[in-house]
Design a protein around this ligand. Structure first.
Ligand SMILES: [Zn+2]
Length: 272
């Protein structure tokens, strides 16, 4: 709503995703896991790991947000950048859900692009304060997908998976250090891996106001972080899809403003 209210986007910029097909989910998740989720048949232990009891509405919502990211991929290929106003369900692995994530939208998107030869090398930039453990789990050993996660080391998930590149940060890291570490790593990854499609998980739980994050970033630095990612994509002419990821600041206003800032930065940089 805030995006419409501020005139950043118009109603015409929104799209309604279709439902995702099981075969597409199966590009990133195991079929037995998919069936169990869709039939609401996960056992108690697996359900507890997800964090909420399964019901049809929640499963439908999750399928819809995966589908949103798949639709986004086409928009990014056409216009350079696209946003899912949900998504970033990066804790869902190949055969498990975790931390309120059932299916991993950007992992399904990446696998879809590769399976359909729409991209050869896909980079997933995960700057949510929590490690993208599910994404790392899905693509372990896959040379076509580079998973990059920069996160608070002592935060959830406490058992980390191995991304292509993990940059664990100590508690309380502030603006300048965060931005210089990010800039250096982005440069190295873009130079060495030369991605032709980027997924960006732009969680705003890196903010100092966040209840669950352990970092100490200002709103300005959070925006600057987005700018670094978008500039790299634009300068290398690489389409980018953005999912929103987490945000748990005490005041809802701080969360909304930070997410809105990500949109504004992208619109400025891609001159939309
Ligand atoms: Zn998070």
């Amino acid at each position: 709503m805030q995006l419409l209210y501020e005139g950043i986007v118009s109603q015409a910029n929104f799209f309604k995703p279709d439902m995702v097909a099981r075969d597409v989910l199966a590009l990133a998740h195991e079929r037995t896991y998919i069936e169990k989720v869709l039939n609401l048949q996960l056992d108690e232990k697996m359900t507890r790991r997800i964090g909420f009891p399964l019901n049809k509405a929640l499963v439908d919502r999750e399928c819809l947000l995966v589908s949103g990211t798949l639709n986004c991929c086409q928009f990014s290929l056409k216009y350079g950048v696209s946003f899912n106003i949900a998504g970033g369900t990066h804790h869902a692995g190949k055969d498990f859900g975790e931390g309120f994530c059932l299916f991993n939208d950007q992992a399904v998107g990446a696998a879809f692009l590769i399976a359909n030869k729409l991209a050869e090398r896909v980079l997933i930039v995960d700057l949510d304060v929590h490690q993208g453990n599910g994404t790392a789990h899905i693509f372990q050993g896959n040379e076509n997908v580079f998973t990059f996660s920069m996160h608070a080391e002592k935060n959830f998930p406490f058992r980390k998976e191995e991304s292509t590149l993990d940059v664990p940060l100590q508690d309380g890291v502030e603006d300048d250090e965060y931005l210089s570490v990010l800039e250096r790593n982005l440069k190295d990854i873009f130079d060495a891996f030369r991605p032709n499609f980027v997924f960006y998980q732009a969680g705003v739980d890196v903010l100092s106001t966040d209840k669950l994050g352990k970092l100490n970033l200002s709103e300005r630095a959070c925006s600057k972080r987005d700018e670094l990612v978008f500039l790299k994509c634009r300068d290398h002419n690489i389409p980018v899809q953005v999912s929103m990821g987490g945000g748990y600041s005490v005041k809802i206003k701080d969360i909304v403003n930070a997410h809105v800032a990500t949109f504004k930065t992208a619109i400025d940089i891609f001159a939309l």
